[in-house]
Design a protein around this ligand. Structure first.
Ligand code: AMP
Length: 396
């Protein structure tokens, strides 16, 4: 079956058409500047990217352009839309309502809408994508795959905050966690790659991208994760601050004469390694800066790596041990220096880094030595493939 995977944001939309049997990507691309002017990028497997500027007043026109490109006579990946067997949508927040992926129907859409207050920017955008596909492909089954669902197995002691309990009851204020599709995919791939029994394993997944989160996966189920009610919590990230003393909000608001929205903007967009370095949120720039003697770039790299190591230590405690640590996403897959710095803190666990293996890129890779007590791996994440697999499992 061919599955169209859609990741719909407020003004952009990423897509992939995947053959679920071969798990090959037949075509992929994105629509940008929806509602502004509009640009479609389309790439059929094995061919060059095509970029077309064309008006996309709404997501419906954007998706129509994607479908036209997919079925185009010359460069289309399929002959007609009847070759799309299902659509899998990435959904950000499923609250406590969704503990796994779900077939999209009217009742499901209402349940997602009831989670909108928890992700006021993302969920409505996801639903716009769902509605546009429904109009253009009314008979094609669709599935929603949630960023939060994998983390719903966390026990209460991991998800409750030290706040008045009624905030949890009335407003759903608790830890939800994000990147769940990636944590789920990478923990499964790690067990498979290492020949471990997932049902009897303790795996820590470090999803280190521009947004970064860590999770503790015991016997295949998430027992803790670093992001919280929102993706601002946990690790120091590209531009997000991660965990800070909450009293800093009031202090900065007073000192900088900012309102709450102004402070939140700083915490989301001007903090993290960008804020510390004053140079960039991109780890390639930070490494270059450090190599040129920029001390704040070195500080940013050190703070980030130390934070990752601290969370790993916490999750070893949460699971009373660890069998494997998996690095994934942009930084986790591509920054040997960060992995080396993180693992430098973990000697007490008997972790021994294989420096040569740590230099490799691009595929599943063991970077610990054979005598390391904990296996350390790099496992590229593939959220689109995870969405495709969930979609097929639910529509078949
Ligand atoms: P993601 O959000 O998973 O796409 O990750 C994006 C981030 O990965 C970028 O902002 C960079 O910080 C980081 N990254 C990508 N490629 C490299 C690389 N070759 N070396 C170091 N960091 C990288």
């Amino acid at each position: 079956m061919n599955v169209l995977v859609i990741n719909c944001g407020s003004s952009s939309l990423k897509y992939q058409l995947i053959n679920s049997e071969s798990e090959e990507v037949l075509a992929k691309g994105l629509c940008e500047r929806i509602g502004i002017d509009g640009r479609l990028t389309y790439q059929k497997a094995g061919l060059d990217k095509e970029v077309t500027d064309a008006p996309m007043p709404t997501h419906k026109e954007a998706i129509k352009m994607v479908l036209d490109a997919l079925t185009n006579d010359k460069t289309g990946a399929i002959g007609s839309l009847s070759e799309v067997g299902a659509v899998g949508h990435r959904m950000v927040h499923g609250g406590e309502k969704f503990t796994s992926s779900a077939v999209i129907n009217d009742e499901m859409i209402k349940a997602v809408e009831s989670c909108n207050p928890l992700a006021p920017l993302h969920n409505p955008a996801n639903l716009i994508g769902v509605n546009a596909c429904k109009e253009l492909m009314p008979d094609v089954p669709m599935v929603g795959v949630f960023d939060t669902a994998f983390h719903q197995t966390m026990p209460k002691e991991a998800y409750l905050y030290g706040l008045p309990y009624e905030y949890y009851e009335k407003y759903g204020v608790r830890r939800y966690g994000f990147h769940g599709t990636s944590h789920s995919f990478v923990s499964k791939e790690t067990a498979k790659f290492l020949g471990m029994d997932l049902e009897n394993s303790k795996i820590i997944v470090a999803h280190l991208g521009n947004g970064a989160s860590i999770s503790a996966v015991k016997n295949g189920k998430c027992v803790d994760t670093s992001m919280g009610l929102t993706p601002l919590a946990g690790l120091v990230m590209g531009t997000r601050c991660g965990d800070i003393d909450p009293a800093i909000l009031e202090y900065i608001a007073q000192k900088e004469n900012l309102d709450l929205a102004g402070v939140m903007n700083v915490l989301n967009k001007k903090s993290g390694v960008q804020g510390i370095s004053g140079v960039s949120s991109d780890f390639r720039d930070l490494e270059n800066g450090m190599n040129e003697g920029n001390e704040r770039c070195a500080d940013a790299l050190n703070v980030f790596s130390y934070n990752v190591a601290k969370f790993i230590g916490a999750y070893v405690a949460a699971m009373n041990g660890v069998d494997a640590i998996a690095f994934t996403a942009g930084i986790g897959e591509n920054a040997p220096l960060v992995r080396e710095k993180v693992l430098g803190y973990l000697g007490y666990l008997g972790v021994v880094l294989d420096a040569e293996a740590n230099k490799k890129r691009g595929e599943n890779n063991v970077i610990s030595t054979p005598d390391s007590k904990v296996k350390v791996v790099v496992v590229p994440t593939n959220e689109e493939l995870a969405i495709c697999r969930d979609t097929v499992a639910l529509v078949k």
